[in-house]
Design a protein around this ligand. Structure first.
Ligand SMILES: Nc1ccn([C@@H]2O[C@H](COP(=O)(O)OP(=O)(O)OC[C@H](O)CO)[C@@H](O)[C@H]2O)c(=O)n1
Length: 342
């Protein structure tokens, strides 16, 4: 039975708790259509805004509205920087998001850093850390200001965690800063190419300049939240611009130290799924520990007659992604022993 058939029959049997929207790689620019670096995929820079408008209309019309939308990064394209249109394009896209009736959580991708510095982003509307929740009496679950990550509770017993996949990165930093120098050293140790965006000849092809990674500090924070969630029998959804599971992604698109993130996640029971963008063809795999890795198809490479977004419906025993256009439906059953009893 395919996923679409499953979706129609399975959701009749259990109670819907809440839902949320997902969308990735809008990469808006007021430019004629172009192509990706390899010249194999068409990029619809202008139409991406119309795709976003269509997604918002759909979410606003849902009879039971989603609690929030997760925007998986690369909201405007790096070409805006070359045309001095970064702020104008961001304003246009953010004004479009204003028409959505529910909050949006923004993650940061490489194209955010082509347009803006990390300091600029921290003080911009793309910083949605104000939507975070604090866990009373658990100071270890408060993220540091050194990276852009936070967590929140959209519904009792569910925790969403936004990760900063460019915490280790050469993008968006002042070249004279110690962190830039530290990240450049890591990148060059793994990538001897003169052009650091090129994965040519690499045995770890994810070590390119347009990717990044997670610091030990951020991973240790993630570990503390997942420990809290395990103890409190919560279900966790993790979100990042960069994917972390090789079988669900083009290997060139993975986070630098995806293995370190997987090791933390696999040490816990609570994680249901990991949503990412960046790999515009999308992808899915359930890993051996029962974590579902869903990479959402990029809006930027979605033809005008199609769509690319989804709504995830959350039940006591599973989550169901209803994809629109080229985003497929997915069923994400919870690990058997961790099904919730309400
Ligand atoms: N082999 C490559 C690939 C890319 N570049 C340059 O790197 C920059 C980012 O590339 P771009 O394709 O725009 O990045 P996206 O985040 O849109 O897409 C990620 C995946 O490719 C999608 O599947 C850009 O300046 C490229 O020119 C490169 O030099 N060498």
């Amino acid at each position: 039975m395919d996923d679409k058939t499953n979706l129609e029959t399975q959701n009749e049997t259990s109670e819907l708790l809440f839902s949320f929207g997902v969308i990735a790689d809008i990469q808006y620019a007021d430019l004629e259509d172009g192509y990706n670096f390899q010249g194999t995929r068409r990029r619809y820079y202008r139409h991406s805004l119309l795709h976003l408008q269509g997604a918002i209309e759909d979410w606003n019309k849902e009879s039971s509205p989603p609690c929030c939308v997760l925007q998986l990064g690369d909201i405007i394209d790096g070409f805006n920087a070359q045309h001095n249109t970064s702020e104008k394009s961001l304003e246009l896209v953010m004004n479009t998001f204003q028409t959505l009736k529910v909050p949006v959580h923004h993650t940061w991708g490489n194209h955010e850093f082509y347009n803006f510095s990390r300091d600029y982003l921290t003080n911009s509307k793309l910083n949605t850390k104000f939507l975070e929740d604090q866990i009373v009496h658990h100071p270890e679950t408060v993220p540091s200001e050194n990276y852009y990550a936070y967590h929140f509770t959209p519904f009792p017993k569910f925790r969403f965690i936004l990760l900063d996949a460019y915490d280790l990165s050469v993008l968006g930093l002042d070249q004279s800063s110690p962190k830039y120098q530290q990240c450049l050293k890591i990148l060059k140790e793994h990538n001897p190419n003169t052009e650091l965006n090129s994965p040519q000849g690499l045995c770890e092809p994810q070590f390119v300049q347009f990717n990044g990674g997670f610091s030990q500090e951020q991973l240790s924070w993630l570990n503390k939240i997942l420990t809290f969630s395990d103890i409190n029998q919560e279900k966790v959804v993790i979100v990042s611009h960069l994917p972390i599971y090789p079988e669900a992604s083009d290997s060139v698109c993975l986070a630098w130290n995806f293995n370190d993130a997987l090791a933390v996640i696999w040490a816990h029971q609570c994680v249901v799924c990991f949503f990412a963008g960046h790999t515009h063809d999308g992808g899915y795999c359930e890993d051996p520990f029962g974590v579902h890795h869903i990479n959402i198809e990029g809006v930027i490479e979605t033809a005008p007659e199609s769509q690319a977004f989804g709504t995830v419906y959350v039940y006591p025993d599973k989550m169901m992604l209803k994809g629109r256009g080229r985003v497929p439906d997915r069923i994400m059953n919870y690990k058997k022993e961790t099904v919730l009893h309400f």
